[in-house]
Design a protein around this ligand. Structure first.
Ligand code: HEM
Length: 440
């Protein structure tokens, strides 16, 4: 039954007129700015940023309303389409309600426990090969190195197609253009502009995946592309060719920057906290070579990953669109409103995370479990029906990479170094995270 909205019982959402000073402050001090908005206007604030009106929420209760979405009021597709446009058309996150569930049930098969074991086995030799030369890199910048490594690994484990160097370069740069285009300021296909480049890149990716599909369907394999070809829901539903192409392009995007940012944040924290780096190293050296299940036992590394995800949520803000009038936290939300949850900001709420600025991986230890204070206290992977389907894949890949890295290298940053974050789209270091990297 549809909820009846009585506006007299609800507060109106308000907010500042958002001009250049706010934008500059938001860029300079996103947390301070969010805190001020919350203190001044309450847990839902209306803001107009770069022409888009947004109802920004604070706190896990609002996150629950949006993510759990009991009344099926909030749609993900039209909200995300606004930002990532036509480049990631009909990816899983851009589908809604029954259609989304139908696709998610099929895709789930490609993320089963057995599939994860196989991805892990494929990844490890490529990780070792990928980081073998890192000791010789002049002026190493870890963010860039993780980005390149993640792309190379994706070609192996996601795509699983033998490509020569020129083809690899073409696919990689098409992929990078498609990802970048979502943040173009001019959101029209003006020749030479980012949006037009994104559309051209989408075409390159579509042609590539359609071209590779018949052989993939015929020959199979352990990679994600092959798994999507054979994935079947419990009811026996499968993906069409078009579905597979759309999902592959989206999955590459969903996995890439998020995983890179997580590793960058971990490397940054471990460089600033050499005692934790050493604890993780000792754990990895004691564990030796590991399979997928063994990796799950790296509990110190797991806490470091969670704490790094808390301090730097790779998807800082998650939008939805209200499909009819509704309410959140006692505020009236009109039909058509864009509403967002900010994991980045929620992960610093002092009522949930004591001393929120401190790097303290033991918050996630059994005897503290600050992440369990509310089911959506810790939300780097979102929540509800759209919760990240690649969450276990991401954990597996990040652990596997750090397990190898920690046993081969040590890295540091100068005392007092703070990673300067560019928060325009996703949080990435403006300086690429320069480190001193030494082979052990
Ligand atoms: C640490 C790395 C990652 C983070 C922080 C992350 C974060 C997220 C978040 C916040 C969402 C929810 C978005 C929403 O509710 O609108 C999401 C959805 C999704 N992620 Fe991830 N992700 C990561 C890695 C991956 C990987 C490795 C894959 C694939 C292999 C992946 C595939 C997806 C897909 C397909 C969705 C859409 C799910 C749906 O709509 O049902 N992600 N991710």
């Amino acid at each position: 039954m549809t909820e009846v909205i009585d506006r007299t019982e609800l507060r109106e959402v308000t907010g500042p007129v958002f001009g250049l000073p706010h934008l500059l402050r938001l860029r300079r001090d996103p947390l301070g700015h969010a805190h001020w908005l919350n203190e001044t206007y309450g847990s839902v604030v209306r803001l107009k940023v770069l022409g888009t009106e947004m109802h920004m929420t604070t706190g896990p209760a609002a996150a629950e309303a949006l993510f759990v979405n009991r009344e099926k009021v909030f749609a993900s597709g039209p909200a995300w389409s606004h930002f990532i446009g036509p480049f990631f058309n009909r990816g899983l996150m851009l589908l809604d309600f029954d259609e989304h569930l139908h696709h998610r049930r099929i895709m789930q098969q490609a993320f089963s426990n057995e599939a994860l074991h196989r991805y892990h086995a494929m990844l490890v030799p490529h990780i070792r090969e990928g980081i073998a030369g890192w000791g010789e890199v002049e002026k190493p910048r870890l963010h860039r190195m993780f980005k390149e490594l993640t792309l190379d690994l994706a070609l192996e484990t996601f795509v699983g197609v033998e490509l020569d160097r020129a083809q690899q370069k073409r696919i990689n740069s098409a992929f990078i253009d498609a990802v970048r285009s979502g943040t173009s300021i001019i959101r029209k296909p003006v020749p030479g502009g980012g949006w037009a480049r994104g559309l051209a890149a989408r075409k390159v990716l579509e042609e590539f995946f359609y071209g590779a599909l018949p052989a993939k369907r015929r020959d199979g394999g352990d990679d994600l592309f092959a798994q999507l070809c054979v994935a079947k829901s419990e009811d026996g539903d499968e993906f069409s060719d078009t579905d597979i192409v759309n999902h592959m392009i989206f999955l590459l995007m969903a996995a890439h920057d998020t995983t890179t940012i997580t590793m960058t944040s971990m490397a940054h924290q471990l460089a600033r906290h050499p005692d934790w780096q050493q604890r993780c190293r000792e754990e990895s050296i004691a564990a030796g070579d590991l399979d997928y299940d063994g990796g799950l036992g790296l509990t110190t590394l797991d806490r470091v990953m969670k704490e790094s995800l808390r301090l730097c949520a790779p998807v800082p803000s998650i939008p939805r669109i209200a499909t009819r009038d509704t309410s959140i936290d006692g505020y009236f939300i009109p039909s058509g409103a864009m509403v967002s949850v900010s994991p980045y900001q929620n992960h610093f709420l002092p009522e949930i995370w004591p001393n929120p600025e401190a790097f303290d991986p033991d918050r996630f230890a059994e005897d503290r479990h600050e992440d369990k204070v509310h089911r959506l206290a810790f939300e780097p992977f979102g929540g509800g029906v759209h919760k990240c389907i690649g969450m276990y894949f991401a954990g597996m890949q990040v652990r596997a990479i750090f397990h190898e890295l920690l046993r081969s290298y040590q890295w540091s940053v100068p005392a007092g170094y703070e990673m300067p974050l560019d928060m325009v789209a996703l949080p990435v270091p403006r300086d690429g995270l320069p480190v001193t990297l030494e082979r052990l």
